[in-house]
Write a protein that binds this ligand. Structure first.
Ligand SMILES: NC(=O)c1ccc[n+]([C@@H]2O[C@H](COP(=O)([O-])OP(=O)(O)OC[C@H]3O[C@@H](n4cnc5c(N)ncnc54)[C@H](O)[C@@H]3O)[C@@H](O)[C@H]2O)c1
Ligand SMILES: O=C(O)C(=O)C[C@@H](O)[C@H](O)[C@H](O)COP(=O)(O)O
Ligand SMILES: [Zn+2]
Length: 345
């Protein structure tokens, strides 16, 4: 089933219509402290009677422990199987809220109301839900598509610039795997764009088409994971180093440089295209400082990647800008070489 996706400043009206039509027994809204302050005041005008579940923001709270808190609140509210959880937040809220709804009483309904650029262009679409496990990214989870997705670009007005940039990395990823012309056009504009809605629609269209073709990531959907084999390893490794944590999109930007480097090494991508990708990403993201002693510890984390077959690391690489290829075998040595390449840039 492909979820219904509403994009635009009438999206919240569409949410009202859905809730009226479906007449869910109970409505609960999952927020963190920032979305409670910045987004909930506008959302609540579009909701029937409902209750709030508030959790702390941040990747470090995307855990089974937080899920227990959410499930306890859902139990206290006596949510039944005809209730709905409205996830008002970024990818952490959406992934964890979707996971909690999918497992509670073997599954209640949920809808995504993404409030970060990253969630609006990527996380809210496609039904990947879950939590981190001892730092391993999305190690525990299920595929469960929401009833619908309501993307309200106005929510981005209160999003900090660093978070905006984090989401922009997933937009760049979509161009690199599926639209080389868009990459070529936008790399000269950069993040100064003020027409987020057009870029959101373009990204959602790319992701939706891939998810519709391969919802459970048997093959093609792995292209949406470009930059993530190494990006997730970097994100996990730095998450465990107090003061060195980086945002998901920042880690994926590192991963995209490294996996583009390996695309050249595997004679898929040209040196010229690697240069274009590096220059564009360098103009947007601060260099993530990696020390020589980090490299081997980061590389081994890629052995847990969900695209792998046993201990064989299956990476998504680029056959050109706008053309991704999945299930490309790489080694720990390849990953270490790519990280050292990044380190020396
Ligand atoms: N399921 C998927 O397909 C998918 C895709 C991409 C990323 N993800 C996951 O998404 C997570 C990252 O999501 P994220 O980047 O949205 O981070 P996030 O959910 O942590 O939100 C980022 C920060 O912005 C705050 N915030 C949210 N909306 C705001 C607003 N409108 N105004 C002001 N502050 C606001 C949050 O409180 C938080 O502090 C990662 O865990 C990643 O693994 C999932
Ligand atoms: O939807 C997908 O498929 C993606 O790979 C989107 C990614 O941007 C996202 O970070 C996803 O959560 C990563 O998936 P995972 O299976 O590597 O945890
Ligand atoms: Zn991602």
């Amino acid at each position: 089933m492909t979820e219904t996706i509403h994009i635009g400043n009438n999206a919240l009206q569409e949410l009202t219509i859905l809730l009226q039509n479906r007449a869910f027994h109970k409505v609960a809204v999952l927020v963190d402290e920032h979305t409670l302050a910045h987004c909930y005041p506008q959302l609540k005008q579009h909701l029937p009677a409902h209750e709030l579940i508030q959790i702390k923001s941040g990747e470090e709270h995307k855990t089974l422990q937080t899920c227990e808190t959410i499930w306890q609140r859902m139990t206290e509210m006596h949510l039944d199987r005809w209730s709905v959880l409205v996830n008002l937040g970024g990818g952490v809220i959406g992934d964890m809220g979707g996971f909690c709804a999918a497992l509670f009483k073997r599954g209640i309904y949920f809808v995504q109301v993404p409030t970060t650029l990253l969630a609006q262009v990527d996380a809210s679409v496609g039904g990947k839900t879950g939590v981190d496990f001892h730092g391993l990214k999305n190690h525990i989870g299920v595929y469960q598509e929401p009833q619908a997705v309501f993307i309200h670009p106005t929510f981005l007005e209160t999003l900090p610039q660093r978070q905006l940039k984090s989401g922009y990395a997933e937009i760049i990823k979509h161009w690199l795997i599926a639209d080389g012309e868009k990459f070529e056009e936008q790399r000269h504009i950069g993040i100064m764009t003020d027409d987020w809605e057009e870029l959101i629609r373009h990204s959602v269209a790319i992701k939706s088409k891939v998810v519709e073709a391969d919802p459970l990531e048997g093959g093609l959907r792995k292209i949406l994971n470009f930059g993530h084999t190494i990006g997730h390893a970097v994100e996990t490794y730095l998450m465990g180093q107090p003061g060195r944590e980086i945002l998901h999109g920042e880690a994926i930007a590192v991963g995209m440089v490294c996996e583009a480097f390996l695309s050249v090494k595997k004679e898929l991508l040209s040196e010229e295209d690697l240069g274009k990708i590096e220059v564009f990403l360098e103009t947007i993201y601060e260099k993530v400082v990696l020390k020589p002693e980090d490299v081997e510890k980061i590389a081994v984390l890629a052995l847990q990647d969900k695209k792998n077959s046993g201990f064989a690391i299956n990476c998504t690489l680029l056959r050109g800008i706008g053309h991704a290829v999945y299930n490309q075998p790489i080694t720990l040595h390849d990953i270490e070489e790519s990280l050292r390449y990044y380190e020396l840039l």
